[in-house]
Structure formats: structure tokens, C-alpha cells
Design a protein around this ligand. Structure first.
Ligand code: AMP
Length: 141
């Protein structure tokens, strides 16, 4: 099978497109978002070019999980914030614009910069909830 076209993040990881890098290890690369929602907005990206999170290998997932808290601590310390969101979009309808898994670390400051709440929730129906949870448990077995 032929290699996929490199994503813009793969080109950044390779050093072919410039970025403001903040972290790198064997599996993970992190840099400042070019259109930040707030100062310090950082993207944490697996070097593996999976498009969405559900397609990411266990190894890359573990590597991301290991460093997300530590990179968050650094972003918060430097941006002088305490509150933050970790945002991870998958698919166009879910606001993903770059087809390479990435986690946003977005400081939320008291002046209001950062994410605003855009979500609509509903009430979980108990029967539907029981059915859905059972199906997911069965899938995971
Ligand atoms: P998403 O909408 O979750 O796919 O987020 C993609 C993010 O990548 C956006 O916040 C963009 O601002 C950011 N982005 C796109 N190109 C670059 C780039 N060359 N350097 C840094 N961030 C980028």
C-alpha cells in the first residue's frame, strides 16, 4: 500500500514547516497553535499519522497520555492560568480541520479568553442508557 500524503502536522514534525515547538519525544510532538484561542494554546500530536483518535495505536495513545498532564502543567505555569480545556476533535462534523490526531491544551483565563461553551445537552433516558451502556460493554469485551 502506498504511504498517505503527509499531513500538515507531519510536515511540521519533520521540520519542513516551521512551528513554535514546545516538546518532542519518540512518539509525541507539541507546538503552539497558529490561531490560539488563548495565550499558550498548544497542540499535542502523535508522530503516528492516524486521522482520528479511534484509529490511533495503543503505543501512541499511551505516549500521549503520559505527557499530556506534564505539558499542561508547563502551559499553565507559563500562561499564568489555572483553568484549561483539553479539546480533541474527530471528523469534520466534530470540527476537525486537520486530519491528524491532535489534542488542544487551551488555557481558560479570567478575562474570558479560551473556549466558550457551545454544547447542547439532553437528559439521559434510563432505559436507553442501560441499553447503550450494555452494548458498549459488550463491544469492549
Ligand atoms: P482542529 O479544528 O481540532 O482540527 O484543530 C486544528 C488546529 O490546527 C487549529 O486550531 C489550527 O489553528 C491549527 N493549525 C493549523 N495549521 C497550523 C500550523 N501550521 N501551525 C500551528 N497550528 C496550526
Amino acid at each position: 500500500m502506498s504511504e498517505p500524503e503527509p499531513s500538515i502536522f507531519t510536515l511540521i514534525i519533520r521540520g519542513e514547516i516551521p512551528c513554535h515547538k514546545v516538546y518532542e519525544d519518540e512518539h509525541v510532538f507539541a507546538f503552539l497553535d497558529i490561531n490560539p484561542f488563548s495565550p499558550g494554546h498548544t497542540l499535542v500530536v502523535p508522530k503516528e499519522q492516524a486521522i482520528t483518535l479511534d484509529a490511533l495505536s495503543d503505543e501512541s495513545s499511551a505516549a500521549i497520555g503520559r505527557v499530556l498532564p506534564r505539558i499542561s502543567q508547563a502551559v499553565l505555569a507559563v500562561s499564568g492560568t489555572v483553568d484549561f480545556n483539553v479539546l480533541q476533535n474527530n471528523g469534520e462534523a466534530a470540527f476537525q480541520s486537520v486530519s491528524h490526531v491532535h489534542f488542544h491544551i487551551i488555557p481558560k483565563s479570567e478575562d474570558g479568553s479560551g473556549l466558550a461553551w457551545p454544547f447542547k445537552s439532553t437528559q439521559l433516558d434510563p432505559d436507553e442508557g442501560a441499553r447503550m451502556a450494555e452494548q458498549i460493554r459488550n463491544y469492549l469485551e
